[in-house]
Write a protein that binds this ligand. Sequence first.
Ligand SMILES: [Zn+2]
Length: 237
Amino acid sequence: MKKRNVAWLVGVAAVLPLAYGMGATALIRTAGYRVTKRLPTGKGIALTFDDGPHPVYTVQLLDLLKRHGVKATFFVVGENVRAYPEVVKRMHKEGHQIGIHHDQHTSSWLLTPSQLKRELIETHRAIVDVTGEPPTLYRPPWGFMNAATLFVTRSYQIVLWSHVFQDWKVKGCEKGMLDGLRRVRDDGSIVLLHDDGSNPGADDLAPAHMLDKLSKYLEEVSHKNIEFVHVQDSLID
Ligand SMILES: [Zn+2]
């Protein structure tokens, strides 16, 4: 084979995975098709929590939300649902919305279309087994999507976020999270937080710090008339 042809093939081989993952993510996010970053009603604040359930932190979070009468949306990891079904049962019983993250918190950039489908099916099944209610929302880990995401996830609404504060790091919680929360307006903002710190790049102890700041924030705004809403209630079909 000619040198020029080899170089061309190497180039294509290098670009294809980038287009499949990173390129598709940028395209879908920019186009905004079937992707929700802000509640279309333009009202309230949706608190959303990714990566749980965690046997300690999610329970503490549920206690905190209950104390303030706040309903939230949880994007759960399938294997954690199977490990801690009682926590998810409580989540559902207390009126929180439950959506799909992935079965094992894998990046969509590394998944073939059939592997992505498997992640959704397994998590969907785990949620239904515990709650009896089929999930309708999906949030990809790290917000990473691939060229097959829109097709494979077509029966779900993809939910991203309008606000995120690096709360997966202890430093992120301590440095800017509380001030960041104070700046969130109740105009349909979707806030992304994490109730598990065991994923790559996160700190194990970060959720304890997240809970501390969230508790202070909810205390501060308890006299204000802020409505904390489900993502689900706010989406227009
Ligand atoms: Zn995640």
